[in-house]
Ligand binder design. Sequence first.
Ligand code: GLC
Length: 802
Amino acid sequence: MRYGYFDDKNREYVITNPRTPVKWINYVGTLAFGGLVDHTGGSLICKEDPALNRITKYIPQLPSSEFKGETLYLRFKQVGGYKVFSPYLVPTLDHYNLYECHVGLGYTRIVSEFYGIRTDVTIFVPLEGSQVLRDIKLTNVSTQLQTVDAIPVVEYTHPDALKQFTNADWVPQTMQSKAFWDSDFVILSQYPFMRKDLAVNYFTSNHTVSSYESDRRRFLGANEYATWANPLSLQQDELGNYDAVRGDNIAALLHHLGTIEPGETVRLVTQLGQGESVEQVLPTIEHYRVPAHVEQAFQELTDFWVAYLSKFQVETPDAGMNSLLNIHNPRQCHTTLNWSRYLSLYQLGLGARGIGFRDSSQDVLGILPQMPAEGRSLIRQLLHVQRRDGSAMHQFNPLTMEANEGDSREVEDAPKYYGDDHLWIVLAIAAYLKETGDLAFLEGVIPYYEKDKEEQPLETGTVLDHMRRAIAFTHDNVGAHGLPLAGFADWNDSVNLRAGAESLFVANQYGKALLEMISLARYVGDEEMVVQYTATYEAMKRRVNEHAWDGEWYVRYFDADGGPIGSHENAEGQIYANGQSWPVISGFASPDRAALSLDAVYQRLNTIKGIKLSAPGYDGFDPTKGGVTTYPPGAKENGGIFLHTNPWVIIAETLVGNGDRAYEYYHQMNPAAKNDSIDEFECEPYVYPQNILGDEHPQFGLGRNSWLTGTASWVYRAATQYILGIRPTYEGLEIDPCIPRGWEGFRVTRVFRKTIYRIEVLNPDHFSKGVRSVRVDGKKIKGNVVPAFGDGSTHSVQVIMG
Ligand code: GLC
């Protein structure tokens, strides 16, 4: 069954059946102000801090039919009272004649028809705005006059999102609402009593309000035994005009829109925002009461996205690949960069999670062609939480820059670092430098993180020093086989081995980071560094191949006693995908071993819905392995299809020249390819989820944790840089495709260092890999690296494979 379709021309996915298996969401605004909007109009909005400055109350765990955060009621008089319904379907669940939710770039547009009224609502946050606008147009599509009232409603939360659920006396005692009549308009403000000088939430519109309500109990019905599906106060002509001094605060504004002629449209714009005080935000409120200003803000948003996407556009023979690469995948990368793992339908931004060092370093990789400056500033921020020994703090709060050691804090005697964290930043910096050529960035001075700032003077280092310390940390922290220690965990957060365990993932990640350091050193002419890191690289390569080859594939860890994990010797967890992809990425695997281990992945880990992280799953809790064994076999990191890792296998396959298999893996994980049979998968077909249940699980194929996942940046990188093979290097743009043999070719428009490259790749003899000739502006060049012209003009590049 399908619930909607891709409309690439308008850069939207259009949901036509609102009864999707789970809520399908979209993001509006940014972490600075914004949040998520679900396809039935519910919204979870916050400003800067999803944990401590949350504005609307959205409880994802409630059934999909329930009110969540925000809705709009419309009503008209009929015999015996008012007919009340929501044009978003939820929470009144009326029969509709038309329902479309257009999931756009930074906006959601819901178009519906109920009872002869067509409602067309565009929901968005203006660029850099601190308000969500809902531009609501109501058209009478019946043949009779219709007299309509519109009552938009928001439910507020206590700013401390968690407290909201943990204290039902203290929280209500501190919540206040107050109405400001601004001529005929109403601004319904809300604030926690103790914080009224700091911030005020407000809800207002551009239409005369005849009455309002700010107390949920009074709105639903005097005794709370009424429901959001049928609020009793909406059977009265007017609302109670009550300023709540405690309790569950809402903002409901009753507008009499008057009589609408057949064919006539009326318009109402609502604003939900936050500012220092009502007085302070009044000019902005007035600004957005003018529909032309709303249209202008929407145009600016559109222009932003058109410019963003224009940096990399493709035409391949695969329509689903085109949809994802031209629109949805770079968009998801923008979302992960912005929100890290802070706020989604699944990750609620609570507790200390904040921004993850590992996750955000990888998110940088997904936006470099489009937003290198944002990439640079996130890298700088991350380097501020790298410790002087080169390792990194695991998470930090971007507002306070307080950092912590993640889950390792909870476990006594556990190492207080993650083996992989600090190495990701080396990869991110190298990618940034190749994208921009901005080598001066290496000289910027950034302090190392000091937990106790009072006791230790801050030590600083250049960006290059930070990279070198990251390398040195892994160099100096090795175990019995001379392989890097795993620390509390490596990329696989859920395998928590006793101190002393060694990680082959980190060994290979280190190898890749060393390759980056060597090519950087070579480019800047630092021979000493080339020699030093080449020796270090070769030494680790030897150790990996000496100790970690298991016969048909590489092992994944050695535990604290030196026993292998991810070996044929193990009954469970015999083979891990990351154990095989990364030795190819690091260049440690010989061609024979690369081929054998990648074949082992294909045979033992691949399914038609994606590659499993490991197999067989652990069946039962094992405290010596930790979190991974808390899931049943086939779920999450325990043999699930943990999608983040699939692009690493794709990259490895392209490195060995297997374009058919690389594409097979790419295609099978493309959510767009699931559009026609999405019931099993359940999640949005326009973004990648973090995980899909594996074939050991009875619900094989079920996706979860969509949107905020490292899958986004890595699959984007795998497709653009390794399958299509358009890869920034220090010298220029390398063209090194690895495509299915069946393809005749493809086209790419790529903006690189302010220059537009129009690239056409032809594959007349049906190769997977290999470039026979490259012509730039009609002239043949030597090799396959197109120069970085940096001249702001357009150049044509014709590539013939062979
Ligand atoms: C989650 C975490 C990420 C980790 C992965 C595998 O996606 O955000 O940091 O690498 O799980 O455990």
